[in-house]
Design a protein around this ligand. Structure first.
Ligand code: ASP
Ligand code: MG
Length: 400
């Protein structure tokens, strides 16, 4: 969200639903680019902006969109009221710029709904118990929406966005990508953490824990998007739901590390102390009492991680270390993997047929990920999409 056109487009969708007899609460984020502009302005005033003042600044963008939205609704002859986070009592903890919602008081919203109004709430912001304004971290409006849906026991939380749903893979890489009608929370969590940027991870996990059905859909059409819902048997019919990739990671390997208790903590504590999030970790077994450790870090943290490892490798007595920025992680995700055999081996077969070397492998119950050379990303994604027939609709054979 949201330029004036988008505000009007969403207002139209919302008013239509209201006229069908639904009580509507709308959560808005700031105009697109606005929050970035604030971050930039803050940096011009103070090198490391004061977090409390930062929240005062960042939260202002949403005040603009909610008031404009309410005006658009009133212009069409319906009634609306815009409310800020502190007015609807979205309580958060005190961690400015990355606060967590602790409690939502739905009373005021319910009262306004019962007066026949469309209630328009500022996303991304809340208030501490002491009355200070907080924000929830970038992309936080989706989380506000789900928190309100949960508190109000809403039928669903509809997320209007620039894309018309969640796809089996990135349509920019593969035009055969298909819009998914229904996906489980767990699959969506995997897809979100693997780099599919449609929905914020916090919003999905909150929806999962409160069982709020999410509908990801386009701002500009009435077409159904993708529903993110609880798992059911029908969804397990298909072993793989999507293929994702992430080029924003780098690999680091430390070779011939003494295979003794405490080595892993010696290596990874300084990395985590620096706030670097390690994704995959693999430790090899060697025949001697030495081992190799390979792990991945976000590309943006690579240089800092290498600096840390330069010292750490010496400390633990490793023989050498090396890194590679030109890697990508490709993953297949699907709840059906739990009861379909041979999914990982199909993946390996597909990659080997294309001559793509696998550098690292990790698996979870509903995901298999491989690290490969970055230049093969597109080829791998397309081949896997074909091999698992993701362009076909979800109905099991015989039921078409
Ligand atoms: N305006 C905030 C941001 O840009 C919140 C959001 O977009 O969800 O991060
Ligand atoms: Mg957003």
């Amino acid at each position: 969200m949201a330029n004036p056109d988008k505000i009007r487009a969403v207002a139209e969708r919302v008013m239509k639903m209201a006229q069908q007899g639904n009580q509507m609460v709308v959560v808005l984020s700031a105009m697109s680019g606005e929050t970035n502009r604030f971050v930039d302005l803050a940096g011009q005033m103070q090198q490391i902006p004061d977090p409390r003042e930062m929240d005062m600044l960042l939260s202002s963008g949403e005040q603009v969109t909610i008031s404009l939205f309410a005006m658009a609704v009133k212009n069409a002859g319906l009634d609306a009221i815009s409310l800020l986070g502190d007015q609807v009592k979205i309580h958060t903890n005190t961690r400015h710029t990355k606060a967590r919602i602790t409690n939502v008081d739905p009373e005021l919203i319910t009262a306004q709904l019962n007066m026949g109004k469309i209630v328009v709430v500022a996303g991304f912001q809340g208030v501490t118990d002491d009355g200070h304004i907080t924000t929830l971290g970038r992309g936080g409006s989706d989380t506000t929406a789900v928190a309100l849906a949960a508190a109000l026991k809403a039928d669903a939380c509809e997320i209007f966005t620039d894309v018309d749903g969640v796809y089996t893979t990135d349509p920019n890489i593969y035009p055969k990508a298909r819009k998914i009608d229904k996906i489980t929370y767990d699959e969506m969590l995997e897809l979100a953490s693997l780099g599919a940027k449609v929905l914020d991870i916090r919003c999905v996990s909150l929806a999962k824990s409160h069982n709020v059905p999410l509908h990801v859909r386009s701002t500009f059409t009435d077409t159904e998007g993708t529903w993110v819902v609880e798992e059911n048997e029908e969804m397990e019919a298909l072993p793989v739901s999507g293929v994702t990739y992430n080029k924003n990671e780098a690999r680091i390997t430390i070779s011939k590390v003494p295979d003794t208790p405490g080595t892993a903590t010696q290596i990874f504590s300084p990395i985590s102390d620096a706030g670097i999030i390690v994704d995959m970790i693999i430790q090899n077994t060697r025949s001697s009492d030495l081992t190799d450790m390979t792990f991945t870090v976000p590309l943006t943290d690579y240089d800092q991680a290498i600096e840390i490892i330069t010292d750490v490798a010496k400390e633990v007595g490793a023989e050498s270390f090396n890194g590679d920025k030109d890697i990508a992680k490709i993953s297949i995700v699907g709840v059906g993997m739990r009861n379909h055999a041979g999914i990982a081996s199909t993946l390996f077969k597909v990659l080997s047929k294309e001559g793509i070397n696998i550098m690292m492998i990790t698996t979870s119950e509903i995901k298999v990920s491989c690290v490969i050379a970055e230049k093969y990303t597109e080829l791998a994604v397309r081949s896997l999409h074909d091999a698992f027939e993701l362009d076909k609709d979800v109905l099991p054979v015989g039921e078409q």
